[in-house]
Design a protein around this ligand. Structure first.
Ligand SMILES: Cc1ncc(COP(=O)(O)O)c(C=O)c1O
Length: 401
């Protein structure tokens, strides 16, 4: 009998970050005092003005199907956002809105990848990138960034990874899982490579644009190198900046042909993103932006707390990231040891498993993000939880023998 499930499924794995979050929640429900550092979402509520816009949309009956890739009002607000914050001019026909940035990225891969097409993905990467590429029938080409370069790839590495089959270069700054952000000069050096290879398109995932710290300034490829504008898909969303993960709105702007192809795919899958959420997103983009700065300051303080806490643990080296709400410590110094509870710490997955079992701290192991031995901490949680988690990790590391 032919198999019931599609062959494509054998190429992908379920999201490990969602698995860790689920496991931590289960243990918590069973009465264990677990501190979950796995979640990829802000720990505060959607701002009141945005919630009110959603409620208004319901009350005004904006509860029907909408145009496939977004209501005109939201597309206009997105064009205004790109102009205002990124110096990029787009018209509404160049804009698509989807059910989260995740669907937008997925649509783009589905719309463009043929068997054998390659997508360059710097590692550590967001867990979904390689699997989305595989599901769409393409080939992920992973380029590992080093701890020494702050988890950023070099122009030489990018140049070496490009082949005639390269369709996309996938760029994510600030990054999930490392928080690493490319400076304008660092990004410019990458765009110079891309300018030499006109067949390579650029997909930039700017989801963490507003979560940057200190004097780091966010920049995006088409802005840094206008010569790339015609072949860049600039992806963004409201999930992280506006604490709207559950509303499921992401968007992108790029070449009309690509946007049209993505629309075709969306028209045969989800039809359109939630109408109510679209109206809330209009308010997020057009409304007051004054809560972004305090949130950024809050996350920066937590970053400093966690980086200091982890660097005090024997065997751990934690670089200081430029943005997002993650750190990605290196645990080379812990590998090959035995945990206080007797577990062999053979790799980062064994480390994370033992840490959860013995100290009730849930982190995501580095292999999930394509670079080991590391783990990812999401510091989108309270100062008290972070302080206690760092103390537990320290005790765990001090007990390694
Ligand atoms: C790097 C990155 N891109 C995209 C997304 C998707 O966000 P959403 O689908 O909520 O817009 C996430 C969420 O975790 C992310 O971390």
């Amino acid at each position: 009998m032919p198999p019931f499930l599609a062959d494509a499924l054998a190429r992908v794995k379920p999201s490990p970050t969602i698995a860790v979050t689920t496991k931590a929640a289960e243990l918590k429900a069973a009465g264990r005092d677990v501190i979950g550092l796995g979640a990829g979402e802000p720990d505060f509520d959607t701002p009141a003005n945005i919630k009110a816009a959603g409620i208004r949309a319901i009350e005004e009956g904006r509860t029907k199907y909408t145009p496939v890739d977004g209501i005109p009002e939201l597309k206009r607000a997105i064009c205004a956002k790109f102009e205002r914050e990124n110096g990029l001019s787009y018209e509404p026909a160049q804009v698509t809105v989807g059910t989260g940035g995740k669907q937008v990225l997925y649509n783009a891969f589905m719309a463009t990848l043929n068997p054998g097409d390659e997508v360059i993905i710097p590692a550590p990467y967001w867990v979904s990138y390689p699997d989305m590429v595989l599901l769409a029938g393409g080939e992920p080409v992973v380029v590992a960034a080093a701890l020494e370069t702050g988890f950023k790839i070099t122009p030489e590495q990018l140049e070496a990874a490009i082949t005639e089959r390269t369709k996309w270069f996938l760029f994510n700054s600030p990054s999930n899982p490392t928080g690493a952000g490319y400076s304008r000069e660092e990004l410019k050096a990458l765009t110079e490579v891309l300018m030499r290879h006109p067949h390579v398109h650029v997909m930039t995932d700017d989801m963490y644009e507003h979560l940057t710290f200190g004097d780091f300034t966010f920049c995006t490829p088409a802005e840094v190198e206008p010569g790339l504008y015609e072949r860049t898909l600039t992806v963004n969303g409201v999930s992280k900046a506006y604490a709207m993960t559950g509303w499921r709105i992401g968007y992108a702007a790029g070449p009309k042909e690509l946007i049209g192809a993505m629309r075709k795919i969306q028209s045969q899958s989800t039809s359109n993103p939630c109408s109510i959420s679209q109206w809330a997103a209009v308010e997020a983009l057009d409304g007051p932006q004054d809560f972004i700065a305090p949130n950024r300051a809050l996350f920066e303080r937590r970053r400093d707390l966690v980086v200091a806490g982890l660097n005090a643990c024997p065997g751990i080296t934690c670089p200081v990231p430029e943005g997002a709400f993650y750190v990605y410590p290196d645990i080379s110094g812990c590998i090959g040891k035995t945990s206080p509870g007797g577990a062999a710490i053979t790799d980062d997955e064994a480390f994370a498993t033992a840490l959860l079992e013995e100290e009730n701290v849930a982190v995501v192991f580095g292999a999930a993000f394509g670079l080991s031995p590391n783990f990812r901490v999401s510091y989108a949680t309270s100062d008290a939880a972070l302080t206690e988690a760092c103390a537990r990790i320290k005790r765990f590391c001090e007990g390694l023998s």
